[in-house]
Design a protein around this ligand. Structure first.
Ligand code: P5A
Length: 437
């Protein structure tokens, strides 16, 4: 992509309305624009990151047996009356009346809808277990939307739902999702800690939140130091490994969200108990028959008897993750994207647009990288070098390739690593080879 033809409205000044660094940097880097309180438009650069995150979430879901579908954003109030949540959800639910005076709502989550689809479709235990998910916009009329995408009103969620014949099988589904989540967050360059949490409006009595450690985090968590520092969360467990044994090992350590923690009966000795702030980027629930019972989701069991299915639901805050990654990875100059989610891998900077030799070398670099499938953002603008450096650091692409007249005379270009700041002067060929072309 040529920057002169792209849409990247960066800002030099810090926007006054942004209180946290991720919100500031997303506005300044031209990734998002606020449209109403807690509602954002995704500009091209932000949208690329959002899609990359969604793709990583998707690939770990599929790897652990979840199947993708898509449910609508608008739901019927009647479904929610069946579960009893239409009234219980309160003012956080955005309620809508259509032209026929039918009560509708913008979905804050999809337990009711998926249960409805299941009860109308699945009849036999032979079709179980099943795990379905979608990645869809949600709306929650948060009383105080804040911190940009961290607590928006409209936000993108991956929500998955499991259906099993009994508790044991449902727990296996829960465990598989816990491992899929740990893998997903690791691939995003994050360490997420699973902590026991309150189940809130989703219900049931077993749930874990996944918290990224960050000083600016909204939640407080308490955890055993050995869980945070012992390396156990960084093991790469695959679907054919002993998932249940691993989950037992992880969950044997004490780790709890604020609302679960009673200092008086905490099992962790004081010197090992760590109080940290975190950002909740995922939340998984086992709620048994809460929805299936209320809505009549049954299958015919192995003995011919009707069985009410056991369910769980599994959420990832996809749009929140964009902000959480920035909170975890930035410096004074801007964002530092992990390569797996970077909007482009390379920022190519022409130090003198219009100079024939520089233009030719940049064009060659741009074409070679593009042909090799490497995503490049080519700053071909006729701008001062200083402004280009500042913009490139701000948007945080992992590599910068700088090509100017002085270097070319000496037969070199400059390759800069955004994260380490390390600079190398090498031939253009060698730089392109290092970038994978
Ligand atoms: C699980 C999937 C649920 O809704 N039902 C379907 C369950 N869980 S949850 O914890 O309420 O939400 C899941 C994740 O969504 C993100 N999230 C938000 N992100 C941005 N702005 C918000 N207002 C917001 N609310 C929830 C969180 O990452 C949460 O873990």
């Amino acid at each position: 992509m040529r920057l002169s033809a792209y849409f990247l409205p960066t800002m030099k000044e810090n926007p006054a309305e942004a209180q946290v660094v991720s919100h500031r940097l997303m506005l300044r880097a031209g990734m998002i624009r606020q449209q109403s309180a807690g509602i954002y438009a995704w500009l091209p650069l932000g949208f690329r990151v959002l899609n990359k995150i969604a793709d990583i979430v998707r690939s770990e879901q599929e790897r652990f047996g979840a199947i993708e579908m898509l449910m609508p954003t608008i739901q019927s109030a009647d479904l929610w009356r069946e579960s009893g949540r239409y009234d219980a959800y309160g003012p956080e639910m955005l309620r809508i009346i259509d032209r026929h005076e039918r009560e509708m709502l913008f979905g804050p989550t999809n337990e009711e809808m998926i249960t409805d689809i299941f009860r109308n479709t699945v009849k036999s235990y032979k079709d179980l277990p099943k795990m379905l998910y979608h990645i869809q916009w949600k709306f929650r009329d948060e009383i105080r939307p804040r911190f940009g995408l961290m607590r928006g009103r409209e936000f993108l969620m991956k929500d998955g739902y499991s259906f099993d014949l009994d508790y044991e099988s449902a727990r296996k589904a829960y465990n598989r999702m816990m491992v899929a989540y740990l893998n997903t967050f690791a691939r995003l360059g994050l360490t997420a800690v699973p902590v026991r949490a309150d189940t809130g409006p989703i219900g049931g009595n077993l749930s874990h939140e996944f918290q990224i450690l960050a000083e600016t985090g909204e939640s407080e968590l308490f955890a055993d130091r050995d869980l945070l520092e012992g390396g156990i969360l960084k093991r790469n467990i695959g679907p054919t490994d002993d998932v249940d044994a691993y989950v037992d090992e992880v969950t044997a350590f004490y780790a709890a969200a604020d609302e679960m923690h009673e200092a008086a009966n905490c099992p962790v000795p004081a010197e090992k108990l760590m109080a940290r702030r975190g950002i909740e980027v995922g939340h998984i629930f086992y709620f048994g028959t809460k929805y299936s019972e209320a809505m009549g989701a049954q299958v015919i069991g192995p003995g011919g008897e009707p069985v009410t299915v056991h369910m769980g639901s599994y959420g990832v805050g996809v749009s929140r993750l964009v902000a959480a990654i920035i909170e975890a990875s930035h410096d004074d100059n801007g964002i530092i994207w992990p390569e797996s989610v970077a909007p482009f891998k390379v920022g190519l900077i022409s130090l003198r647009a219009g100079d024939a030799e520089v233009d030719a070398a940049c064009q060659k670099a741009y074409e070679t990288l593009t042909r090799a499938g490497v995503d490049v953002l080519y700053d071909d603008r006729d701008e001062r070098a200083g402004a280009k450096f500042a913009d490139m650091d701000l948007i945080g692409l992992p590599w910068q390739l700088l090509i100017g007249p002085k270097g070319l005379k000496a037969g070199v270009v400059e390759l800069k690593n955004r994260k380490t700041g390390e600079r190398q002067e090498v031939s253009l060929e060698s730089a392109l080879a290092q970038l994978g072309a």
